[in-house]
Design a protein. Structure first.
Lengths: 250, 429
């Protein structure tokens, strides 16, 4: 469903991605691991359609469609979802208004009717409960005053509500304590589905104990330098990234 | 030929001189003498221009190419605008500069009286300084309303004053006075509209508002003039001891608009909030000039003005807070924030503090920027199309100024008005 070919991206004259190839099939979970500065977050932003990056080579095809021609909102409507590493606070935008606008915008883009407000409210309450997102949090402006854990839970709530076909989780474990990590992981696992794929970007192996991947890729200096099964993550935990960094430098 | 000390009159000034010579000077309850004096003062100064400090950014001499003749009275508009909300309201109409008792609410509740301005009221001006635009208002005054609210009156109805212009290429000059007694509680909604949305006309309004001790007052000005209109409005507010006064200006209409406000604290422990939103596009020029005089100790003022400026529009904000030598323990905070949506949009923000007391807490600030790309990306990444995401962020930027009014009816009214102006009705909570 997702095919990334020879993807090169740069920002302000620096090459960040230097030839990424990755194929993701429905139902699969791919973990992308790598040291800081390897291009993990850039890959997630480029997939989601952030405009700060210039794509100099390569392609991103999703369900047969060229994504590079589409804006971020069109990619979201096509089924892509990025759970942000640092969800942004937007004072003045009510959380519920935001959720409703996002959901209905995607429905419209797919030619569906808006979800009637009572049904929408019911849906949000249901999903919020699963993720331990309190009604009080939903009354606040978007992400404003949320703790790190609350922000990550709110991201997963958005994901559960929008039901994307491809979830990209960017360092979803960062800033989470063990309990929060468990709640967030359970929320993600609930969304596992034969028709839904996930790309889990993480620095540490611990998230992968909760969200077990089918494939693990190591990203270093903008390239995937090694791919394997879930055991590769354990190997990395043991030996660190030093091998790959050295390999590249040599 | 007479020797002229000043440069030659502009076309507009020449028209005003001619119009004044033809004016029936006994209309609107004003003595000819009062008008003659005001016009003589205007004539010696002329239309304000960029070398007049208070008018530096709004060069009226250049912008007011022509001066339309005062509108004839007596026209009845085909349609009266509906009230701005569903709440209880007392409606007063000023049509082409004249108060029209026949069009508004027929009866006033106990404690409220409405009449037209009298000679004594205009002569005894509450405006603290000389200003050519106020002089023109006095010289040409066609009418207006005097509203009094008796002490202790807690009014459930809003007092709505609708200024309506029915005739294109005319000028309307109205003089209004609102006297709010001690411990009264009042919401005033002042609206400026043109009967035809594309008509060119000129409005010159002046309002003198006095607020008694411990009164609680909310004044909302909705400037929704026709696109080609020129709007000049001078407002004086005198604030009594322990009073709580909120003034809000929503600027949306007019090709040229200026709201100049002069606020003075008369008694201690009073609170003032002056706020506003300007939503501008095309080649609109909108000016809010504010003068707050902390003449007595222990008062608090908050000034917050936000503007969203698109296309080739220009927004001017000038705010001066003066803290007199005796006004110790003054708390004054002024902020002006602008969002520029196009390369050619322009803002001139000039917040100023003049402090002569030593034990005060005062600050002012100004920010100007465009829409934050990271916020935009976050919303778009959730599927919200760019145009809608921008509207949401503009609403979010403006929300603070509305919320600070702390009055549920005012907040609901302003929010729905702002959403309508931005074409963002669907983001109602």
């Amino acid at each position: 469903m997702l095919e990334i070919k020879n993807l090169h991206a740069h920002v302000e004259g620096n090459d960040i991605l230097r030839g990424i190839d990755l194929t993701v099939k429905p139902g699969e979970i791919h973990a992308i691991m790598g040291p800081n500065g390897s291009g993990k977050s850039t890959l997630s932003y480029v997939l989601a359609g952030k405009e700060d990056y210039e794509i100099t080579e390569g392609s991103i095809t999703y369900n047969g469609k060229d994504m590079l021609d589409l804006g971020a909102d069109e990619r979201a409507a096509a089924g892509m979802f990025l759970a942000f590493q640092y969800p942004i606070e937007i004072p003045g935008v009510a959380t519920m208004t935001f959720l409703k606008t996002a959901l209905n915008a995607q429905r419209r883009a797919r030619g569906q009717e808006d979800l009637p407000t009572p049904e929408f409210m019911k849906l949000v309450k249901e999903k919020a409960k699963d993720l331990n997102v309190s009604p009080e949090m939903l009354r606040r402006p978007l992400n404003v005053g949320f703790s790190g854990g609350e922000k990550k839970r709110a991201e997963i709530l958005q994901m559960a509500l929008l039901e994307p076909s491809l979830c990209i989780l960017d360092e979803t474990d960062s800033g989470l304590d063990i309990d929060a990590l468990r709640i967030v992981s359970e929320g993600v696992n609930k969304l596992r589905d034969p028709n839904r794929a996930m790309i889990v970007i993480t620095h540490y192996q611990r998230l992968l104990n909760h969200i077990v991947p089918d494939h693990v890729h190591v990203l270093s200096r903008g390239k995937i330098v090694k791919s394997g099964g879930k055991e590769l993550a354990l190997e990395l935990e043991e030996n660190g990234y030093a091998d790959f960094i050295d390999e590249e430098a040599a | 030929m007479n020797a002229e000390a000043r440069v030659k009159e502009t076309q507009a000034e020449a028209s005003l001189i001619e119009q004044f010579s033809k004016l029936a000077k006994d209309q609107g309850g004003l003595a000819a003498e009062t008008r003659e004096k005001a016009f003589a003062d205007f004539r010696s100064a002329g239309l304000p221009h960029r070398r007049v400090e208070e008018w530096h950014y709004t060069d009226l001499r250049a912008k007011m190419r022509e001066a339309y003749a005062p509108a004839e009275g007596g026209r009845t508009p085909e349609v009266l605008p509906a009230p701005v909300d569903d709440g209880p309201v007392l409606r007063l109409f000023i049509v082409d500069g004249q108060y029209r008792a026949d069009l508004g609410s027929s009866a006033m509740p106990e404690g409220v009286t409405v009449s037209s301005p009298r000679e004594v009221e205009v002569k005894d001006s509450l405006f603290p300084s000389k200003d050519a635009v106020i002089d023109l208002n006095t010289a040409f005054c066609q009418g207006g309303v005097v509203v009094t609210v008796a002490p202790g009156t807690e009014l459930t109805e809003a007092i709505e004053i609708v200024h309506l212009v029915t005739q294109p290429e005319t000028a309307s000059y109205s003089r209004n006075r609102i006297e709010i007694g001690a411990q009264a509680s009042v919401l005033v909604i002042e609206r400026f509209e043109g009967a035809a949305s594309d008509a060119a006309y000129q409005t010159n309004a002046a309002s003198e508002i006095s607020v008694g001790d411990k009164a609680r007052v909310n004044i909302i000005k909705l400037q929704d003039e026709a696109k080609a209109a020129q709007h000049l409005d001078s407002v004086s507010i005198k604030v009594g001891a322990e009073a709580d006064v909120h003034h809000f200006t929503l600027n949306a209409g007019g090709d040229l608009s200026r709201t100049q406000m002069f606020v003075e604290f008369l008694g201690e422990e009073a609170k003032l909030g002056c706020r506003g939103i300007s939503i501008l596009g095309s080649k609109q020029h909108s000016d809010v000039t504010l003068f707050v005089d902390h003449a007595v100790p222990n008062c608090e003022s908050r000034e917050l003005y936000k503007s969203v400026i698109d296309e080739k529009a220009r927004c001017v904000f000038q705010g001066k807070i003066v803290v007199r030598p005796d006004a110790q323990k003054t708390d004054g905070q002024m902020m002006v924030q602008s969002l520029l949506l196009s390369e050619e949009a322009e803002v001139n923000a000039k917040p100023e503090l003049e402090i002569f007391a030593d034990d005060v807490q005062c600050a002012h600030g100004s920010t100007t920027g465009d829409i934050d790309e990271d916020l935009l990306f976050y919303l778009r990444a959730r599927g919200i199309p760019e145009a809608d995401a921008r509207k949401m962020l503009i609403l979010a930027f403006l929300a603070e100024a509305v919320e600070e009014t702390e009055n549920d009816r005012v907040i609901a009214l302003l929010e729905s008005k702002v959403r309508a102006l931005l074409g963002a009705e669907e983001y109602a909570e």
